[in-house]
Design a protein around this ligand. Structure first.
Ligand code: NAD
Ligand code: AKB
Length: 308
């Protein structure tokens, strides 16, 4: 990667990834773009990824060699507006892939544990298994994986991807997903000492700290292409946790912290359709994927940075 365009750069991942990439590759080499530019710093461009011509012109004028495509609608918002989710998650991705094909760009667009469903094995879910997602988000993410694979197989585009679990971070709040509770709980712990959780206390989902997610994106993108056995998306995760475990971890640092539960039926049903835990062994084998943060480490860092 030498000159990189990031779409969806204002979001939970993009806001931290742009800073991280600029430290590694230089400020002028990482161009941030989003549909609005509230918090982006220069170089930056306003870009709706559905505007193919502008998308293409930005890639051409900056002579980028890498496209990190983060613009998307997340799971809960996608259920509330399925048509918008299909348009952004599919047409936006297709526009990015077409441009990557035209300019021979390296291409990264994250998939999600949302590609799995009730019909997938619940524990240690393999990378390749039954996948029949029942949400618009999952359907668009799984279709997106297949599209990336197609562009690699048919057109030779260097597509790379992972299935991110819920990401926990302290810079930009998440944008309408099922795993948002795992971020909100830390903000509430600092602010109110109490959190009302929309997900049942014993619902397990995979999670990862943002620091590990940023590092793995660069590790995967810088890996030797010949090592990669999968161009759809690698399973990656740092931990499988439930709300009760996160609350207990917070109580180690804030003993008076309390949690109660008011279940949100939409979020709960999506969470229950996703795995308890996924198998990450193929990513470990192919490109030495690993994570530094376990739950207590993550809690310590989240609380410290939110307290600041
Ligand atoms: P986010 O919702 O925080 O950010 C997405 C960004 O895309 C927003 O800034 C939004 O303004 C922008 N956007 C929406 N429509 C757009 C359009 N038409 N044109 C340009 N920009 C547009 O999401 P995120 O958490 O940063 O997720 C980034 C990617 O990672 C997505 O593909 C998501 O599916 C994937 N992912 C995220 C997580 C997670 O926990 N954060 C987990 C799994 C996968
Ligand atoms: C969501 O909950 O929608 C995302 C994801 C796991 O894809 N955080």
């Amino acid at each position: 990667m030498k000159r990189i365009l990031v779409t969806g750069a204002n979001g939970q991942i993009g806001s931290e990834l742009v800073t991280y990439l600029r430290l590694l590759y230089g400020d002028q080499e990482v161009i941030a773009s989003d549909i609005t530019l509230e918090n982006c710093s220069s170089p930056m461009e306003v870009l709706d990824v559905l505007d193919h011509e502008k998308f293409r012109n930005i890639c051409e004028s900056y002579q980028v060699d890498t496209l990190i495509h983060l613009a998307a609608i997340l799971s809960v918002n996608a259920e509330k507006n399925p048509q918008l989710a299909w348009d952004v998650n599919m047409q936006g991705l297709l526009n990015g892939l077409e441009i990557a094909k035209e300019f021979n760009l390296q291409f990264f667009s994250p998939s999600s544990i949302g590609v799995f469903s009730h019909e997938s094995p619940k524990d240690k879910t393999p990378q390749l298994t039954t996948m029949r997602p029942t949400t618009m988000y999952g359907i668009s993410k799984l279709s997106g994986e297949l599209l990336c694979d197609y562009y690699y197989q048919v057109f030779g585009v260097d597509t790379r991807s992972v299935r991110f679990p819920g990401l926990i971070s302290s810079v930009t709040p998440p944008g309408g997903g099922t795993t948002d509770y795992a971020v909100e709980i830390y903000y509430a712990a600092i602010k109110d000492g109490h959190y009302t959780c929309p997900i049942k206390e014993d619902t397990y989902l995979d999670m990862m700290y943002m620091g590990d997610a940023l590092k793995l994106i660069v590790d995967l993108m810088e890996s030797d292409s010949s090592l990669l056995s999968d161009r759809n998306a690698y399973n990656v995760s740092a931990m499988s946790v439930c709300p009760k475990m996160i609350a207990e971890s917070i109580q180690k640092y804030i003993p008076d912290f309390t949690i109660s539960y008011e279940i949100d039926p939409l979020k709960q049903s999506i969470a229950e359709s996703w795995p308890n835990s996924i198998d990450v062994s193929i990513a470990q084998k192919d490109w030495h994927f690993n994570c530094q943060y376990d739950l207590d480490n993550l809690t310590k860092h989240m609380l410290a940075s939110l307290q600041k």
